[in-house]
Ligand binder design. Structure first.
Ligand code: COA
Ligand code: ZN
Length: 301
């Protein structure tokens, strides 16, 4: 991948929708995923094989994956918390898996009812099986910049968890600002600690939430540090029921606009992406609230 190529990892169908309380039909989710692929996205996190009691909105994961028309060249990762999730994901034909933990104990407890060491133990066999099958794997490190229960999170905690996930053999880490509290200086501090510990930027993705309007500033800081993969959610939806105060993910349309202005390539067509954004906003019955969603791209008169 050339230095001017950026990967946009779409999390709208999973992180974006998981906290929505009104039921969303499997049809509407599948249509969303197809529109995202139409727009040129090549990595679309489709759903989670977690407990349907924990995340009711994604309780249709089996059906969704069974009906998903997979396009060649598109990766459809799914979240897997444990062996049970692995079995379900495998039966559904998934070939890209994400395991997840966090850099703070109270969030990990609230989110998956495990300590951080227990979450690493749970992730181990999932990653091992995935590697045996040649599947792509990603490890999420949530609350890397702040925790809704604990407050500040030190970079040493992020590095500790990140190293353990790397040792399990994940292909990539996604470093999450779950409650959207980071600013650029925090990005430099945390990414600096990770690279200082020997984890290359080629194995790092950044996952920003725009809760306080800092997501794009954080992307710019991360680009300067050499990060070339960003998570984003079309329509700017997102939140986690176990992270009170977490608002929308960085909107994919806002990210695409910024990358275009920076002259970086990413393969996503903004107009086509806005079709997907409007679809999800209509599905949710809410006006599209993202900046670029409202303004559109810039058409020079
Ligand atoms: N898929 C479906 N059901 C599952 C499951 C999975 N991967 N793992 C566990 N379950 C079911 C169990 O069968 C059990 O069902 P029952 O109550 O009908 O008997 C129930 O969930 C509880 O199982 P248990 O093993 O005791 O787990 P737990 O209550 O300690 O919960 C998790 C642990 C990880 C399963 C749960 O906290 C979870 O799914 N969290 C995901 C949260 C999330 O996705 N957050 C957003 C992403 S950051
Ligand atoms: Zn998130």
């Amino acid at each position: 991948m050339a230095d001017r190529d950026v990967r946009i990892y779409e999390v709208g169908p999973r992180d974006g929708l998981q906290n929505e309380t009104a039921p969303i039909s499997t049809d509407a989710k599948l249509r969303f995923i197809q529109l995202l692929a139409d727009a040129g996205l090549r990595e679309i996190e489709a759903t989670s094989f977690v407990s349907p009691t924990a995340i009711p909105q994604l309780g249709d994961a089996n059906e969704l994956m069974a009906r998903l028309e997979r396009r060649p060249g598109v990766r459809y990762p799914v979240l897997v918390p444990n062996r049970r999730g692995l079995e379900r994901a495998q039966a559904a034909g998934a070939d890209a898996l994400c395991v997840f933990t966090a850099a703070s104990e109270p969030f990990t407890k609230a989110n998956i009812n495990m300590t951080i060491p227990e979450s690493i133990d749970a992730a181990g066999p999932v990653v091992e099986t995935a590697r045996e099958h040649g599947w792509w794997t990603r490890g999420y490190v949530s609350t890397a910049f702040g925790c809704p229960y604990q407050g500040e999170v030190g970079e040493a905690a992020v590095v500790g968890v990140a190293q353990q996930l790397i040792e399990l053999g994940v292909d990539e880490l996604s470093i999450g600002d779950t409650i959207g509290v980071a600013g650029p200086a925090d990005v430099r501090r945390v990414v600096g600690a990770l690279t200082g510990a020997g984890i290359g930027t080629d194995r790092l993705a950044m996952h920003f939430h725009d809760t306080r309007g800092t997501a794009l500033a954080n992307v710019t800081a991360a680009l300067d540090l050499g990060i070339r993969c960003f998570d984003a959610s079309t329509g700017g939806t997102g939140g986690c029921p176990y992270a009170p105060g977490a608002a929308g993910n960085l909107a994919t349309e806002d990210l695409v606009y910024l990358l275009d202005r920076e002259g970086l390539s990413h393969g996503v067509d903004l107009d086509a992406l806005l079709v997907a954004a409007r679809h999800i906003s209509e599905t949710l019955g809410r006006a599209l609230g993202t900046k670029v969603g409202q303004a559109g791209g810039w058409r020079v008169p």
